[in-house]
Design a protein around this ligand. Structure first.
Ligand code: UD1
Length: 419
């Protein structure tokens, strides 16, 4: 097997326009929810990403008809005749746990292997399981497998999450849509992807209110129909391109974005000295010749600073004139990119949840390996800014979340190719 790498000859100064694709983290739960529909659904703005392809394979395995035409995906769930997800698909995408509530609701039972740990550290699913149990699911954890059934069907429940988990909120919303009675989720996640899932379900006939706030109320309905839905723009991909423009002292116009969803990250770019201009679905960033440091970035649930943008923004902070401090509050082990950034000449110290980045004047190219999806994007950003050749391996991680990444950056003037 040949291993592909990205070759970046730096330093680059990004200039031009990049179209941002649809949100991976919206498509996955919406594809899971589509299996509850009584008719076909068409989803527009679905990026071609390995995680999205995995979700489509899961649906096909379950017996749904799934077809892609460009960025639109058609799902016909009427022929669904299975209730299991094979271990290989669970391992390929840890977030396939978001299919659990949908499968139990549709089939009355579900058999999945346990998602286990991942690149970001342990990935517990206790909140998902406790919530579904409250809704009437009987779940047995058996030798790394989850055997679930709902002998009496799922019913509404009051669910209070101890942490506003995005995946657990989505699992409950999906399962509650066709459950018997009312479900109230307190301390629900408030991410824009939650609102996108709620919009999709409402278009199919679900009765959901409060999405985007901490309390979501779902009145179960007996059946859902089909619909046509356009997925929201990927705010994490957008913030990655903003960081790439900033790190390369460049100027970029991003199209197909929702600047409102980016409001938790924009102050960070302004603090670094970038000039931002926003329109309804476009935004422009112009970076200064030398970035200023960022005093403190604390990752938090939405509307706080997103953990998924931490690594790309750290790559940019490596080149600021002064010290930036990061506190990672969401995942235990999300600084693996820091070790690789050191190879490029960055000055970063990590102590538990805190990373202190002393900005340097220049980075220098080196071979590096993507440790995970967003960490991989951070290495590409640093490579664009670094002097000389940077080779990035581990591209399977980056392919999970960025569509046409190389082409988008090359189109904005980067000297980057994939071989
Ligand atoms: C989603 C996103 C991911 C993002 C994360 C946080 C998708 C496909 N992925 O992941 O990109 O980084 O939100 O914004 O949408 N937790 C538990 N028990 C549980 C569930 C979660 O302890 O049952 C913990 C996790 O270990 C983690 C924290 O809660 O420390 C946040 O996880 P969660 O919000 O569930 O993230 P995901 O939905 O997995």
């Amino acid at each position: 097997m040949t291993v592909e790498k990205l070759f970046i000859e730096g330093p680059n100064k990004l200039a031009g326009e990049i179209a941002v694709h649809g949100a991976k983290n919206s498509v996955l739960p919406i594809l899971a929810a589509s299996m509850l529909c009584g008719a076909g659904c068409v989803l527009h703005n679905c990026p071609v990403l390995s995680d999205v392809e995995t979700a489509m394979r899961i649906l096909r395995h379950l017996g749904c008809r799934v077809e892609r035409s460009g960025s639109s995906v058609f799902v016909d769930p009427t022929g669904m005749d299975r209730d299991d997800i094979p271990d290989c698909l669970m391992r390929e995408m840890r977030s396939s746990i978001v299919f659990l509530g949908a499968i139990i609701s549709r089939a009355g039972s579900a058999h999945l292997s346990f998602p286990g740990g991942c690149e970001l550290g342990p990935r517990p699913i206790d909140l998902h399981l406790a919530a579904l149990r409250r809704m009437g699911a009987v779940i047995r954890e058996n030798h790394g497998c989850l055997d679930c059934s709902a002998p009496e069907g799922l019913h509404g429940a009051r669910i209070s999450l101890s942490f506003p988990s995005v995946g657990a909120t989505e699992n409950v919303m999906i399962a509650a849509s066709r459950a018997d009675g009312t479900t109230v989720i307190s301390n629900a996640a408030r991410e824009p992807e939650i609102c996108d899932l709620a919009d999709f379900l409402r278009q199919c006939g679900a009765e959901i209110s409060g999405d985007g706030e901490s309390t979501i109320v779902i009145e179960g309905v007996p059946a859902l129909g089909g619909c046509e839905h356009r997925v929201i723009p990927d705010r994490i991909a957008a913030s990655t391109f903003l960081a790439a423009a900033a790190a390369t002292n460049g100027r970029l116009l991003l199209t197909g974005v929702n600047p409102l969803h980016l409001s938790p990250v924009l102050p960070v770019f302004e603090e670094a000295g970038c000039r931002l201009r926003c329109w309804e679905n476009r935004m422009e960033i112009k970076a200064p010749p030398r970035l200023r440091p960022i005093k403190g970035i604390r990752t938090m649930p939405y509307p706080g600073f997103p953990t998924d943008s931490q690594a790309p923004v750290m790559a940019m902070a490596c080149l600021a004139e002064g010290t930036s401090v990061f506190v990672e509050n969401i995942f235990e082990s999300r600084y693996k990119h820091a070790g690789e950034l050191l190879r490029l000449g960055a000055n970063i110290k990590v102590e538990g949840r805190v990373a202190v980045v002393e900005g340097v004047k220049r980075l220098s190219g080196a071979p590096v390996e993507a440790p995970d999806l967003r960490g991989g994007a951070a290495l590409v950003i640093a490579g664009l800014a670094a002097e000389g050749l940077t080779e990035v391996s581990g591209l399977r991680h980056i392919d999970r979340g960025y569509e046409h990444f190389t082409e988008s950056l090359a189109g904005a003037g980067a000297s980057i190719c994939r071989r």
